[in-house]
Design a protein around this ligand. Structure first.
Ligand code: FE2
Length: 474
């Protein structure tokens, strides 16, 4: 294999692994709690072969990292998602597909690229209805065995899912139902969105396709006890613009934010579209409703990173998200989304105690940036070196920053089924810049500032991942 090309997304923390490993018993520093039993999965991009074209890490082959906790011991293994695209490139031994432009594909594989159902399965992972599904918002989910990490292939809910599936489904902790959405649901740049319900046994019970106000990237959505909320924010998609050689996806703040509000017991025919200021949110922390007032906490950008303006000029540099509250009062004659920052420190990759999803809650955790510690990732000033516990009621914070480490999206695990909200552990996989290795760190969720109470050391790097999930033992 040739060396990785010179690209910031293929160096340091981002450099792909070239091996699949099984480490049965990691070295532990401190103590891993004996009541923490289950598997923490992470999903991220890890190209199998050096990319032939300009590479963006959104397009690398998905790789799952599984950390299994058993009575104070921790094992680790990593496996690629053996998608159709992965298998083709494994046979040929070379990169054939350009993630950024599907038309830059050898002619003999063009039909494959245009009909591929599996994509790269690299963004997120959910365990629901006795299946583990790897998610990537441009294709169907991809099923993998949660114990062996063997790949099973794409999963369409017995043919009921004919669109893409987003990477941010929501599980109702009371009913066990899984809800998810799709955007550009019927094809690239379409203004169709989808809404799907899957019961706790894993059977799809409802599917709807409906029109968005405009074609946009809708990465995440919000579900409360009584409403489903579709935040359409102006990272627009435009095929005509792309054909003119301008950006296919672009930031168009003049279009404004449009938020669709649908009753949980209704259909998209009952949707009310209301307006808000132009902004972007990749990830919402949680939302709840009371007496017709919807409250949502979000990792909120005034304008988004990564995307240019419609004419191709760059958006402002040094853009960082902070925690903000959206309030929507449906009792108002013409409701509008009210948006207010709750703090000024960085906030991204938010998680909650999953037993309080969709309901009134107090505790959230997210990654943040301690800017007194210099960033060392080439080509990027957005690095996450800190974990924050944020109390959404009092706005109090509890923070720990790593001097030479980059944190990943945290995961909250309750101490036990009956413990109070927020009593438990916070897990995060930390990349150590000095040693070029990673460790799985466990915090007391209510005392983040004390630092990790236990650390399971991996002998190599776990490259940057996007999202993960927890599957309790038994
Ligand atoms: Fe995401």
């Amino acid at each position: 294999m040739k060396p990785w090309p010179d690209n910031a997304f293929l160096q340091g923390y981002y450099e792909p692994l070239t091996a699949e490993c099984t480490a049965p018993d990691l070295i532990i520093e401190g103590e891993i709690p004996k009541d923490l039993n289950g598997t923490f999965y992470r999903n991220g991009p890890n190209p199998q072969v050096p990319p032939k074209n300009e590479y963006h890490f959104f397009t690398g082959d998905g790789m799952i990292h599984a950390f299994t906790f058993n009575n104070g011991r921790v094992s680790h293994k990593n496996r690629w998602a053996r998608t159709e695209r992965f298998r083709i490139e494994q046979r040929t031994g070379e990169s054939l597909f350009s993630g950024m432009n599907p038309l830059e594909t050898p002619e003999e594989y063009l039909d494959f690229v245009l009909t591929d159902k599996e994509g790269v399965a690299n963004t997120s992972v959910v365990c629901h209805g006795n299946r583990m599904l790897l998610l990537e918002e441009g294709h169907l989910p991809f099923e993998m065995d949660p114990d062996t990490l063997d790949s099973y292939g794409s999963w369409s809910f017995y043919g009921k899912l004919n669109t893409t599936m987003s990477a941010h489904p929501k599980v109702d902790p009371v009913t066990g139902e899984l809800l998810f959405h799709a955007y550009m649901a019927t094809g690239p740049f379409s203004d169709d969105m989808g809404l799907y319900r899957v019961n706790k046994e894993g059977h799809m019970t409802e599917s709807h396709v409906f029109k968005a106000p405009y074609s946009a990237m809708v990465h995440d959505f919000v579900v409360t006890e009584n409403y489903i909320i579709f935040p359409v924010m102006p990272i627009t998609g435009d095929m005509d613009r792309a054909m003119e050689g301008k950006p296919p996806f672009a930031w168009e703040p003049e279009v404004g934010t449009r938020v669709g509000i649908m009753p949980r017991n209704g259909t998209p025919a009952d949707m009310q579209w209301i307006e808000g200021d132009a902004c972007y949110v990749f990830h919402f922390m949680n939302g709840h409703d009371k007496d017709g007032v919807i409250t949502i906490e979000a990792c909120h950008f005034d304008s988004p990173p990564l995307f240019p303006m419609a004419d191709g000029t760059p958006t402002p540099a040094n853009i960082h998200p902070s925690i903000a509250r959206w309030t929507i009062d449906l009792n108002h004659d013409s409701p509008r989304v009210q948006m207010k920052y709750l703090a000024d420190h960085g906030a991204e990759f938010p998680v909650i105690d999953p037993r309080y999803a969709m309901r009134d809650y107090t505790h959230g955790w997210y990654t943040s940036t301690d800017r007194t510690i210099p960033a060392e990732i080439p080509g990027s000033d957005v690095v996450y070196n800190a974990i924050v516990h944020f109390n959404v009621k009092t706005l109090a914070t509890d923070t720990y920053a790593f001097e030479a480490g980059y944190v990943s999206e945290p995961m909250f695990v309750p101490r036990n089924a009956s413990s109070v909200e927020g009593d438990g552990y916070v897990l995060t996989c930390v990349y150590d810049i000095t040693s070029n290795t990673s460790a799985l760190c466990v915090f007391d969720a209510q005392n983040i500032a004390a630092g990790p109470i236990g650390k399971a050391q991996v002998s190599h790097r776990v490259p940057v991942c996007f999202h993960g999930t927890w599957r309790a033992a038994g």
